[in-house]
Design a protein around this ligand. Structure first.
Ligand SMILES: *Cc1c(COP(=O)(O)O)cnc(C)c1O
Length: 397
């Protein structure tokens, strides 16, 4: 990495401007990130961190992967954007690739996770002619009005209840029969995450998704799987649905899809699709975004990052168990799949995040008490080992 170091007063100026000019929707630690390589980040004062946040499960192939950087540079020199009024090559190449790796049939491109959920809800409503959805307690699907309507958290919804879809029922996660009981004549679709991310890495029992699939088929209701966070090797399979070979009718992806370049996609099985003019996006599937995604998928394949995620996830769990971190009094549970890991504490974990940062490890706290680790899948075993050592040191009390 280079060094883009600044003086302390220059860093303070960044904090001041942020506070003055940006709506205060985020709470951030007082560091300014300036560059990254692999699973490492540097701040403007020159401090280095091992990153276990990964841009919130986005930077699967790590920071500045040469293959992604090259692909983007080449595409920037040729064509950044031309709109969907025209054909472009990267878009169709990426669509073919996504169909191959997901087992779905057709793609609609957009620019974020929430947008892909919006597209999924519209497509389900259009296909069935119905307006009801069933979602899970603790489920998170994004902040736009449709996506927020199927997101359950009070803290996300409370100021906006008056705007949200009315026909949404929330049922207990990991309880397939609750879904059967909630389905009524107006139910268009069930929407679920295969592992709940924002709520604290909640892993359902084996067989849950299969059961939900069967119920949806039985009742003639569509199944939407939200793999925005769990996709692209995060859980040790290309997609988490692959563990049980469950086939959703509609699937949403984003986060790691573009290796950090904003892009989302909604995929569906044949026969479930939008017609001309029924949905659109100016930027959706633009050549630059699609080139980044194609390069990133290439890296996941060539560096066997899906397998690596499974192996390193298992290594983490074993180490934590051998060292007894999971039996410390303040640790309630350690769980996960692949490199999507949650450490649930019996108390708030904000302090732990600061302590880890001071020791050169970036972690994220979700749902107040869960340390969520979603590092780049290229993280080395040594780096992960260092992370475990730091966690053990600061969770000792
Ligand atoms: C992050 C996330 C979203 C929302 O994605 P944005 O790109 O932030 O709109 C939706 N669903 C799940 C499961 C997510 O993790």
């Amino acid at each position: 990495m280079h060094s883009y170091s600044r003086q302390e007063h220059e860093v303070e100026a960044v904090f001041d401007k942020e506070k003055r000019y940006i709506m205060q929707t985020y709470r951030r630690p007082r560091i300014v990130i300036s560059e990254g390589k692999g699973a490492r980040l540097k701040d403007l004062l020159g401090n280095e961190y091992i990153d276990c946040v990964g841009g919130i499960a986005v930077n699967a192939v790590g920071y500045c992967h040469p293959a992604v950087v090259e692909a983007l540079k080449e595409q920037v020199d040729r064509l950044m954007h031309v709109s969907n009024l025209y054909y472009t090559e990267p878009q169709v190449e990426l669509a073919e690739k996504l169909v191959q790796i997901t087992g779905m049939d057709k793609v609609f491109f957009c620019n974020s996770g929430a947008e892909s959920v919006e597209a999924a809800l519209k497509l389900a409503a259009k296909t069935t002619g119905k307006s009801g959805f069933i979602a899970a307690e603790g489920g998170f699907h994004g902040r736009t009005i449709g996506a927020l309507s199927v997101t359950s958290g009070h803290k996300f919804r409370s100021a906006f209840e008056q705007l949200l879809l009315k026909h949404v029922k929330f049922v207990r996660y990991n309880d397939a029969e609750a879904i059967r009981a909630a389905i009524d004549d107006d139910t268009a679709a069930v929407i679920l995450e295969p592992v709940q991310g924002e709520t604290g890495v909640i892993v359902p029992s084996e067989g849950y998704l299969t059961e939900v699939r069967d119920i949806c088929t039985d009742k003639g209701v569509l199944l939407i799987l939200d793999e925005i966070q769990t996709g692209f090797g995060r859980t040790g399979r290309w997609f988490c649905k692959d563990y049980e070979a469950v086939e959703p009718d509609i699937m949403t992806i984003a986060k790691a899809l573009g290796a950090g370049f904003p892009i989302g996609a909604m995929l569906a099985k044949s026969g479930i699709e939008f017609g001309a003019g029924e949905h659109a996006s100016t930027f959706g599937g633009n050549p630059l975004a699609c080139s980044a995604a194609l390069a990133s998928i290439g890296v996941i394949e060539s560096e066997r990052l899906v397998e690596r995620s499974e192996e390193l996830g298992a290594y983490f769990m074993n180490r934590v168990h051998e060292d007894g971190l999971d039996s410390r009094p303040i640790v309630k549970d350690v769980r996960g799949k692949g490199l999507m890991i949650g450490i649930e504490l019996r108390e708030a974990c904000a302090d732990i995040v600061d302590k880890a940062l001071n020791r050169g490890v970036l972690i994220n706290c979700t749902s107040d008490r869960v340390i969520r680790l979603v590092p780049p899948l290229v993280i080395t075993k040594d780096e992960l080992s260092r992370v475990i050592a730091v966690l053990e040191e600061i969770i000792s009390s």
